[in-house]
Design a protein around this ligand. Structure first.
Ligand SMILES: [Zn+2]
Length: 131
């Protein structure tokens, strides 16, 4: 499994080093107004986020495919294609259905992540409408 996608990332305040968020597979694309107020020291700082409408088309695609999601997609693809090479001769329909089921289960975290990220997009669009 391609674990090189997974990297622990802490997001901290540049003034007091308070960690306000962390992630096992941080997306390089973050949605937000471009600044953040530290919940500990209450100072404002630039966090390099952009609202959904200001993101380029490629960044929008990248937003839904962060490194953590690529792990699940790669795992599902490996699960689907590996048996074709290992048991090529005696592969039955039941084996194929079982492999597809496992691959489908591996895609559940990706689908959940897409649902959560869609919620982030909706909140970003609401922030733009309110401002
Ligand atoms: Zn702070």
């Amino acid at each position: 499994m391609p674990f090189y996608y997974i990297r622990w990332t802490n997001f901290s305040c540049p003034y007091c080093r308070h960690v306000f968020n962390n992630s096992l597979s941080a997306s390089p694309v973050r949605l937000g107004p471009g600044f953040r107020i530290c919940p500990k020291c209450m100072r404002s700082f630039q966090d390099w986020s952009k609202e959904w409408s200001a993101q380029s088309r490629w960044k929008k695609i990248e937003f839904f495919l962060p490194p953590g999601n690529l792990v699940w997609i790669d795992s599902a693809l490996l699960t689907m294609f590996l048996p074709l090479y290992v048991w090529r001769k005696d592969l039955t329909l039941a084996d194929f259905v079982f492999v597809l089921l496992i691959a489908g289960l591996l895609l559940i975290p990706f689908l959940v992540s897409c649902g959560l990220r869609t919620g982030e997009v909706v909140r970003s669009k609401r922030r733009v409408i309110r401002s």
